[in-house]
Ligand binder design. Structure first.
Ligand SMILES: Nc1ncnc2c1ncn2[C@@H]1O[C@H](COP(=O)(O)OP(=O)(O)OP(=O)(O)O)[C@@H](O)[C@H]1O
Ligand SMILES: [Mg+2]
Length: 374
């Protein structure tokens, strides 16, 4: 995967910029709040159709503007492609158009899986420290990159779930009866089983890559297990029967109490949950290892080296982890970093053994380019 250019219009701090990427490694430097992460956000938006910061389109449109337009040209297996996203919020509603090689795409599932990227961000620590919903999002993103049907099933599942939940609420209010649920049970069960199967298969395959990454990152021999926990009374396969078992519970709750939207994902050392039990260093190593494993997993399964987007994480790594990171870069096609400055990173830059391009941004949205020979 190789990004050739990026164009931003009315996106966050940028009224209009054109960037070209000529080296394998690019460092985006600049003061705090100068717009470095905004560039990675645009690239990850083109890759996943969603902001990695969880921002809405309203937040990404430049202040005082009613639309943004972003596009990128990139090479994938030596084939040239272009992705464009235009978004208009002027009517108070979000109207998005996504194009791939000048053809309009039907939506996110058609976009995901084209421009393959892995983003490292300081907020990744939430994958370990936050609730299961954040870990499900991590899993869903990696599986969707490998299998676009997974994202389609997830969208259809969530649609059926909303419908089932609204009927459950109406039953609770005595405006509908349990019979009204029947037409939805088959669809929701079919999607739930497909999602659960993909998640179980994924964790099975991912586990070993993740252990190897953890060893490389921390040198630790600890075995950290990653487990998917189904809900109480949920069986796989047989989701339709599980729904029957919880029908009274669901009616009294007014929502669906079991299913992929409530799966737990846990990391454990010696049977103890790492979010409660692990040290800060262990948690940091774990999230870094997860992202590194995401890179190798996608590389192995797609036979493509994902684009690495590395938001401000190098400086906080100790010497050992930095050299593990430099090793990863040797195996990557292209990496784009953000960092306020390059101070204290001399040995890391040397270890990367590559020509490095530096893009310096400032809060007025202007950019300055230079090169560093290694
Ligand atoms: N919709 C928007 N329109 C204009 N400016 C915005 C918009 N959204 C965010 N900003 C500005 O973007 C800036 C943050 O940009 P960004 O997160 O890219 O900074 P950064 O260079 O990565 O900083 P740091 O080094 O602190 O991580 C903030 O000053 C914020 O006010
Ligand atoms: Mg930033």
């Amino acid at each position: 995967m190789k990004i050739v250019s990026l164009h931003l219009e009315n996106f966050r701090t940028y009224r209009k910029i054109d960037l070209e990427f000529n080296s394998r490694l690019t460092f985006i430097t600049g003061n705090n709040a100068s717009g470095k992460t905004n560039i990675l956000e645009a690239l990850s938006l083109l890759s996943h159709g969603k902001s990695f910061r969880g921002s809405s389109d309203y937040e990404m449109v430049s202040d005082g503007c009613s639309h943004y337009y972003i596009s990128s040209r990139y090479d994938r297996r030596n084939q040239k492609h272009e992705i464009e996203i235009g978004c208009d919020v002027s009517s108070g509603k979000i109207k998005r158009k996504i194009k791939m090689d000048s053809k309009v795409l039907s939506g996110r599932p058609a976009l995901v899986g084209n421009l393959i990227s892995v983003i490292f961000s300081p907020a990744d620590i939430m994958i370990v420290e936050g609730g299961s919903s954040i870990r499900r999002r991590f899993l869903d993103l990696v599986i969707s990159n490998q299998n676009p049907d997974y994202l389609k099933n997830l969208i259809l599942y969530n649609r059926s779930l909303r419908q089932r939940n609204s009927i459950l609420k109406r039953i609770k209010e005595k405006k509908a009866s349990a019979q009204d649920l029947l037409p939805w049970e088959s669809g929701i069960s079919e999607y739930a089983e497909k999602i659960t199967k993909s998640r179980l298969d994924f964790i099975n395959k991912f586990q070993e890559i993740f252990q190897n990454s953890l060893k490389r990152i921390s040198g630790s021999r600890d075995f950290v297990s990653m487990d998917l926990q189904l809900c109480e009374k949920e069986t796989h396969p047989g989701f339709k029967e599980s729904l029957k078992d919880v029908i009274y519970k669901d009616i009294s709750a007014g929502f669906t109490t079991i299913g992929p939207h409530r799966h737990g994902i846990y990391f454990q050392i010696d049977g103890r949950d790492i979010s409660a039990y692990g040290s800060q260093g262990q948690k940091r190593s774990l999230v870094l290892a997860l992202r590194v494993a995401q890179f190798y997993y996608l590389k192995e399964n797609l036979k493509i080296s994902p684009l690495l987007l590395i938001d401000d994480v190098i400086k906080e790594l100790d010497k050992e982890r930095r050299s593990a990171f430099a090793e990863l870069l040797h195996e990557s096609g292209q990496a784009i970093f953000t960092t306020p400055d390059l101070e204290g990173m001399e040995s890391f830059l040397k270890d990367t053994k590559s020509q490095i391009e530096i893009i310096n941004v400032n809060s007025k949205g202007s950019v300055l380019k230079s090169q560093l020979e290694n």
